[in-house]
Design a protein around this ligand. Structure first.
Ligand code: PMP
Length: 296
């Protein structure tokens, strides 16, 4: 699914067959989860690949690396350039791009100077599909921001996401909604969260969540459509039985939610603010990116 015999990946300045790319099993990243990554989508726009919000994703990647004391000498422009070349070499237009910065062999718990950069891409349909999700309030909390930088996209943080998703699925739900250390709603396993009540959108503020790029775009679209978005803390009880709710993220895009802990949201998805935003989002991602505009 992720690669075939023909797939080309980027590793430390070289273009390799995915089947030939490898790394040390003594990597600190694989033993202790200290690596940083991004999840980015390109869309076909006017016949060309267009990477949605490339600069924002690469700024966050470099910021995540900095927060984890991982040295990365690439610039946002270089990372963007590699991404477009990766798509071209693999004949991809609409794709999911996964850059990963990981560390070399080191079994200590000290910073590591050997830093590797890997890029791969594959065709990946909308992560939750077009079906509405039934969501469980997870028994797992998001990591405490006093323990780890939650605003960084660190590989190790995703053990928490895997546990929460596994719990939700094992109980017959599609996805998990995780709380922060104070019992307020934080986010999904790999997506930010919004709910609608009385024509207003609510979403948790930054601090205990990944600062989602889709979240920021959603807030902009909501404002353009004339809706108020309140960034505030709220317990899950405030969400249950509200008018509507949805997840936002690069992989899930804007994904409607049917119920929380078995309690359905009141409005049919097609009548919610989230649905209207999803329609605008679909138009936005299909606009040619800056690179294409510059070429014209
Ligand atoms: N929260 C978490 C935990 C995530 O993994 C993601 C996906 N990167 C998001 C939120 C959404 O972020 P974005 O919109 O930038 O993809």
């Amino acid at each position: 699914m992720y690669y075939s015999e023909d797939t080309i990946v980027y590793l430390d300045g070289k273009w390799l067959k995915a089947t030939d790319a490898n790394f040390s099993l003594y990597s600190q990243s694989i033993h202790y989860g200290s690596g940083v990554f991004e999840g980015i989508r390109s869309y076909e726009a006017e016949g060309e690949a267009s990477i949605f919000k490339a600069a924002a994703h690469y700024e966050r990647l470099l910021d995540s690396a900095k927060k984890m004391h991982i040295k990365c000498n690439y610039t946002v422009e270089e990372l963007t350039q590699i991404s477009y070349e990766l798509l071209e070499r693999n004949n991809l237009k609409g794709a999911y791009i996964r850059p990963l910065i990981f560390l070399g062999a080191n079994m200590s718990l000290s910073p590591v100077n050997e830093v590797h950069l890997f890029f791969c891409a594959w065709k990946w349909a909308n992560y939750l599909g077009d079906k509405l999700s039934n969501v469980l309030v997870s028994s797992y909390e998001r990591p405490n921001p006093k323990s780890v930088p939650v605003e960084a996209k660190v590989t190790g943080h995703y053990t928490n996401s895997i546990l929460a998703t596994t719990e939700a699925k094992s109980k017959g739900f599609d996805e998990a909604l995780l709380l922060d250390a104070n019992g307020s709603v934080a986010e999904g396993s790999g997506a930010n969260f919004f709910f609608e009540r009385d024509n207003v959108l609510y979403t948790p503020p930054l601090g205990n969540i990944l600062p989602g790029i889709t979240r920021a775009t959603t807030i902009e679209i909501a404002h353009d459509l004339g809706y108020e978005v309140i960034e505030t803390y709220f317990p899950p009880q405030k969400v249950k039985g509200a008018d509507g709710a949805f997840f936002t993220g690069t992989a899930v895009e804007i994904a409607g939610i049917q119920s929380l802990d078995g309690i359905p949201f009141k409005k049919p998805w097609e009548q919610t603010i989230g649905y209207k935003i999803a329609q605008e989002y679909k138009k936005l991602i299909r606009k040619p990116s800056r690179k294409l505009l510059a070429k014209a």
